[in-house]
Design a protein. Structure first.
Length: 121
């Protein structure tokens, strides 16, 4: 295995781990993300699905497929999260150390996964 393989695997395992927290501990996740449930508690299902099992699924998927374009797809997912986050930071006046840290992490993971795994032309 190469360094590229090890880094990709670490990113996928991190993705699955964070997803497990969102899925199995939505209240804890929401507390850390400064989120609150409304009258229907729909927020818990949203965190379980989007911050949870979505990441578990894509993380396990890339580990099983272990193909360059699968790793690029994971990178595109992180790129989408980074774009959504920075848009909200700017649009919603949501700048904080935490939001910029999350953005930086998402952007760095996206850049790595996309650039390191794109097939050579």
């Amino acid at each position: 295995m190469t360094a590229l393989d090890y880094i990709n695997i670490i990113v996928a395992v991190l993705t699955v781990g964070l997803g497990l927290l969102g899925w199995l501990a939505p209240r804890w996740t929401m507390e850390k993300l400064d989120m609150r449930a409304g009258p229907t508690n729909m927020a818990y299902t949203e965190v379980s699905a989007v911050s949870g099992c979505l990441f578990v699924g894509i993380g396990i998927g890339v580990l099983i497929l272990n193909e360059p374009m699968a790793w690029v797809a994971l990178g595109l997912a992180y790129a989408g999260a980074a774009v959504g986050r920075v848009t909200s930071i700017l649009r919603d006046n949501a700048a904080s150390r935490q939001s910029w840290t999350f953005f930086g992490t998402e952007a760095a993971l996206a850049a790595w996964l996309i650039l390191a795994n794109l097939p050579s032309a």
